[in-house]
Design a protein around this ligand. Structure first.
Ligand code: NAD
Length: 515
């Protein structure tokens, strides 16, 4: 590993690079091994299976990465197991200090991390910076909570009492999706570590880079070797991790079908699971809303990170009397979004993660057309500059005239397609909004206070937004109802999902046995 000062100089050089090869050359971290075991980068022991890491904006292969096999997974879990006792023996305050130092280092390396995240994901650089900032806040937040993970004293009759101890689960395995790679590594590892667990993470094969840097940051902050480990790979590596008998809990972020497989694998050993899965969330705009805020909210609900956001409010229900004005303003603002170089400061739409994902989005636009929706704007593949001919850029799409039974309205697409639906009455829209197997998020715009809270109480989803959308303040729990998941990330709630409670009964009198 290069010394930190030299790394900083190199990424500053990389920042001014116009070609990807020169930019990549500015990040030695990319050419180094991407497994992270007991505090060091290592190559997998058997790289018979591999995947290519491609820059989504150009399609260039940045490197070929070896998949971790059963030996690698076993070594990572064993290192985590060995490190866990010592880490859990430290006080919560001491663990918290490590996390707080890590948060400071993340902030000091913000630009480098954001650039790596953009290379991995193709998202605009300003969004990547915003994401990394949020991750630093999360790590600091759990650093603060670490010393509050305590038990209760429960007074009983006749001087007897009980007390509870909140203990770590042991070794936590994590598997992440590709849309927020650094966020997934930090949202899972920081509460897990705060509670005294150790961690083995498999990032998505599309975005393997930044989770490894987080390992180096934790080490610099004082995390003992073995507490945080990374294994790279695809589905098979993920399955090996879920099936490893010495993993106590799996925390998974990804699609519903894969979430179901994770749960199945964990059922065998009765492992704890947290599942953060997909969504098809409703955003309801009532006629009394502040129009410009509602239009901005609908865009935030659909177009961040090229529409690849689990909580997106992709079903936008607009009350009939304001529909036409809403549509006009929405289309006008959407057309002004700047599609282009993810590293350009004024780009608002970067590259879609992969060819396969872009084709999936385009398929849904076509299907919507066939089913009678009108494409008001976007939904096309574009090449913002000749140098991006090998990448995949899609123009943000607004569909009007959508019906509840259309494919694009029922399925999670995970791309920039906003489906506009008309409604008349509150009861009607509530029934339609809840008519989905998902329950991740939802939102509404209204200026009627009573209606706002009435509707919120009836929406069946875990994360709701009133007069805004896709805001994730640190400390607010996040997670889904129905098929969108089990458990919560963020906030004090996450502590419950990384600990188990031991109850102790204390007898202060003679034992009265009826035998
Ligand atoms: P995915 O389910 O295809 O893959 C997620 C991860 O699981 C990857 O690391 C992948 O390698 C791994 N994997 C795949 N098959 C596996 C198997 N059989 N066993 C173990 N691991 C396996 O999802 P994706 O395409 O990476 O991400 C998009 C999905 O993630 C969307 O459905 C989106 O809604 C969801 N998501 C949810 C949240 C949330 O917080 N609820 C956040 C982001 C993304």
């Amino acid at each position: 590993m290069l010394p930190q000062g030299r790394m900083n100089v190199m990424w500053r050089l990389a920042r001014s690079c116009s070609t990807i090869s020169s930019r990549v050359a500015g990040f030695p971290a990319i050419s180094q091994p991407l497994n992270y075991l007991a505090g060091a980068r290592v190559e997998p022991s058997d790289s018979s299976a591999q995947f290519n890491l491609q820059y989504p904006a150009t399609g260039e292969v940045l490197k070929t990465v070896g998949c971790s096999g059963s030996d690698d997974v076993h070594r990572a879990v064993s290192k985590a197991r060995q490190a866990q006792t010592g880490w859990a023996r430290m006080s919560g305050f001491q663990r918290g200090q490590v996390l707080k130092r890590a948060a400071d280092i993340v902030r000091s390396r913000m630009e480098e991390l954001a650039q790596l995240e953009t290379l991995d994901t193709g998202k605009p650089i300003w969004e990547a910076r915003f994401d990394i900032q949020g991750c630093a806040d999360t790590i600091e937040y759990y650093g603060g909570l670490a010393s509050t993970v305590t038990g209760d004293f429960l007074p009983l009759s006749d001087g007897n009492f009980s007390y509870t101890i909140r203990e770590p689960l042991g070794v936590v395995g994590g598997i992440g999706a590709w849309n927020y790679p650094f966020q997934m590594a930090s949202w899972k590892s920081s509460p897990a570590l705060a509670c005294g667990n150790t961690f083995v993470f498999k990032p998505s094969q599309f975005t393997p880079l930044t989770a490894v840097v987080l390992g180096e940051i934790y080490k610099e902050a004082g995390l003992p070797d073995g507490c945080y480990n990374i294994i790279q790979g695809e589905a098979e590596t993920g399955q090996l991790l879920c099936n490893h008998p010495d993993v106590d809990k799996m925390s998974f972020t990804g699609s519903v079908p894969v979430g179901s497989k994770i749960m199945e694998a964990c059922a065998k050993d009765i492992k704890h699971v947290t599942l953060e899965l997909g969504g098809k969330s409703p955003l309801i705009v009532f006629a009394d809303s502040h129009m410009d805020n509602a239009v901005g909210g609908a865009m935030l609900a659909n177009f961040l990170t090229q529409g690849q956001v689990c909580s997106n409010g992709t079903r936008v229900f607009v009350q009939r009397s304001i529909h036409d004005e809403f549509l006009e303003k929405l289309v006008s603002r959407t057309k002004k979004m700047k599609i282009g170089d993810p590293f350009a400061e004024d780009t608002t739409v970067g590259a879609t993660i992969s060819r396969q994902q872009a084709d999936k989005v385009l398929h849904y636009v076509q299907a919507a057309r066939h089913e009678g929706a009108k494409v008001e704007c976007g939904g096309e593949e574009v090449t913002p500059e000749p140098r991006f001919a090998g990448g995949q850029f899609l123009s943000p799409c607004v569909l009007s005239g959508c019906q509840d039974n259309m494919q694009v309205v029922r399925d999670e697409v995970f791309g920039s397609i906003l489906s506009l639906l008309v409604f008349d009455e509150e009861e009607e829209v509530l029934a339609r909004a809840n008519d989905t197997e998902f329950g991740l998020a939802g939102g509404l715009f209204t200026n009627d206070l009573k209606r706002a809270h009435r509707v919120i109480s009836k929406l069946k989803a875990g994360s709701l937004y009133l007069n805004n959308y896709n805001i994730y303040p640190v400390g607010v729990p996040f997670g889904g109802y129905k098929k969108s998941g089990i458990g919560r990330e963020n906030g004090p709630e996450a502590i419950e999902y990384y600990t188990q409670v031991k109850s102790v009964y204390v007898e202060m009198n003679d034992v009265e046995a009826p035998f």
